[in-house]
Design a protein around this ligand. Structure first.
Ligand code: ADP
Ligand code: MG
Length: 258
């Protein structure tokens, strides 16, 4: 049996604002097993980022229980159980590629970080770009640097918040394929936020469909497609059937009607 990496039971998260409470997450129950690729999909405001940040202990849940690698979210954060990739690359302009990737290791005083940096750059296909600066790279390459940096401590869990949302479709296709390769090679557990249906179906072993006001899960879909996928799988009946179910879920949540 694969270990449970994320166990959420009846999780709620309410933000208190000047305009009253915002029910960002309600009744979230979800198990993510080791080695899964789980996508969170839903319209803006349905709580995708909040759920990812709660898993990362960057927000505190207000209800229910949430465990990461069998620890509380806070313990997991302190144990560096996850790497986090933000929507924008957030690289330091005055550091070259390898020094950006090395930063978390430097902060923690890890000596001999060079081998790890080289390995992680290789995993994102950036070998040969070590000395470039962020402004010399395309948006897709910058985001790959961020992914390499998130892998710094070789976490078992990778949390990714719409990492390719700002990229054009052709670049995104390529990065999706590369991410699947990375997933296969490293056997990481990945939780990936998107609002693209084809991206979610192409990448995932499991899709969590969410809906806003209040933020909740409305469907969890096991994607039965083979693990080694090529982009043309998107034209197969099996793929389209899953995409259809995601779309129906989003409609049922009235996600796009308001
Ligand atoms: P998504 O990532 O799916 O777009 P978010 O998790 O960012 O959704 O937001 C969920 C809901 O919580 C939205 O209504 C948003 O306005 C609200 N929200 C997010 N962050 C905060 C915050 N720090 N304070 C108050 N409300 C917030
Ligand atoms: Mg978001």
């Amino acid at each position: 049996m694969a270990e449970t990496v994320i166990a959420a039971h009846d999780v709620g998260l309410t933000y208190q604002t000047d305009d009253g409470p915002v029910f960002a997450l309600t009744n979230i129950s979800l198990d993510v097993a080791e080695g899964e690729f789980v996508s969170l999909i839903g319209p803006s405001g349905c709580g995708k980022t909040t759920l990812l940040r709660a898993i990362a202990d960057l927000e505190k849940t207000t209800q229910g229980s949430l465990h990461v690698n069998g620890m509380t979210a806070q313990e997991a954060r302190l144990a560096r159980a996850y790497g986090y990739v933000f929507q924008a690359p957030a690289l330091f302009a005055w550091r070259n590629v390898e020094r950006n990737v090395a930063l978390p290791l430097e902060i923690m005083g890890v000596e001999d970080a060079g081998g790890r940096v080289a390995r992680n750059l290789e995993l994102v296909n950036l070998k040969g770009f070590e000395k470039k600066f962020p402004w010399q790279l395309s948006g897709g390459m910058q985001q790959r640097v961020s992914i390499a940096r998130a892998l710094a401590f070789d976490p078992k869990l990778l949390l990714m918040d719409e990492p390719f949302g700002a990229l054009d479709e052709i670049v995104r296709d390529k990065l999706n394929q590369q991410l699947l390769d990375l997933w296969a090679r490293t056997k990481k557990t990945i939780v990936f936020v998107t609002h693209s249906i084809p991206e979610a179906v192409f990448l995932s072993s499991k899709i969590v469909v969410m809906s806003p006001r209040p933020g909740r899960i409305i469907d969890v879909i096991d994607v039965g497609l083979p693990k080694d996928r090529k982009l043309d799988i998107r034209e197969t009946p099996e793929f389209l059937k899953i995409a259809h179910r995601v779309r129906e879920g989003l409609k049922a949540g009235h996600s796009y009607e308001d």
